[in-house]
Design a protein around this ligand. Structure first.
Ligand SMILES: [Zn+2]
Length: 150
């Protein structure tokens, strides 16, 4: 997989240079990127659905959605936001407000290549590591940052 919106090295170092499944220490040449929730089952190309994987484990991983998929996606989503790896393409959402929204994010659902990130009062739609649409009370999170910091 070689795609311009993906930074393979980021995923490799985020995962401590180890296969997510067998924990084997790898060189970057040896890795594959595994869709934690398989693409064929709705999994997206976002950083929070991709993990470092050795070739052997990738071969044996079946086409199933792991039971902890959402927990892992939420964890990696928070990490990706903190690392400034999710870019906003919409008004009313910026890096600062994304960081603030993290505390209110409750669920992730990947379907048809798009991830829906839901919070108490917002929904973010993410495709290929970019926020492509935002519904709900997103302006509040931008304004809140001004209030707190000034
Ligand atoms: Zn492995």
């Amino acid at each position: 997989m070689k795609k311009d919106y993906l930074d393979k090295r980021y995923i490799f170092f985020r995962d401590s240079q180890r296969c997510y499944y067998c924990n084997k220490l790898l060189k970057i040449k040896q890795i594959t990127l595994d869709h934690y929730q398989p693409r064929s089952l709705g999994g997206t190309d976002d950083y929070f659905n991709l993990v470092t994987c050795c070739k052997r484990c990738n071969k044996f991983k079946g086409k199933i959605v792991p039971t902890d998929a959402e927990v892992i996606q939420l964890k990696l989503f928070k990490r990706a936001i903190s690392d400034c790896k999710i870019i906003s393409r919409v008004k009313n959402v910026n890096q600062k407000s994304l960081e603030r929204m993290l505390n209110y994010t409750t669920s992730i659902e990947c379907k048809g290549g798009i991830a829906e990130i839901r919070g108490d009062d917002f929904t973010l739609y993410i495709e290929k590591n970019k926020v492509i649409r935002a519904d709900g009370n997103t302006l509040e999170y931008i304004n809140r940052s001004f209030k707190d910091e000034n």
